[in-house]
Design a protein around this ligand. Sequence first.
Ligand SMILES: [Mg+2]
Length: 205
Amino acid sequence: MRAVRERFGDVPLQVDANTAYSLADAVHLAELDAFGLLLIEQPLPEDQVLAHAELAKVVRTPICLDESITSEQAAADAIQLGACKIINIKPGRVGGYLEARRIHDLCSKHEVPVWMGGMLETGIGRAGNVAVAAMPNFKLPGDTSASDRYYHRDITEPFVLVDGRLNVPQGPGLGVNVDQPYLEEITTTVQLVRRREGRPGRVAD
Ligand SMILES: [Mg+2]
């Protein structure tokens, strides 16, 4: 971080530990405070929410939780415990867009800013992520990338970065069109998921 700070100067910087540390590293992690980071993301394992609250007493850099936040309830608990000041939302991690929105609204109420992560989505998922990321409490830069970061050719019209930003699709639904012929061309297996009559949300085999 020292080298990056020296090279790039006063730009917004954040780090992601991906659960690599333990609470015993608290004093070591506090050395990051010198570099004025926006946040440190998920320093401890995902099931150690309480330990993140302890860590927050030693480290001044705001702690952001990613892997630990699997639902609105998990977010509510983490906020109340003082385990994080920022939350990363990935719709794929929390169970979908409705839960992502609930977490957004909860965080907004508690003045906890959020930002959008991503999980290698195609244009379909990317469209939803970009729409969610346009909500008002997404106050930190998201890391939703352009389609061509992961795909030579996306299965929708490609998402293209313009000046470091992605436009939110404006059409109905997700606002993007699936390139059906191309999708068929690259499909290797098909699995059909049916919703059982009268039991919403349950998946038949
Ligand atoms: Mg992360």
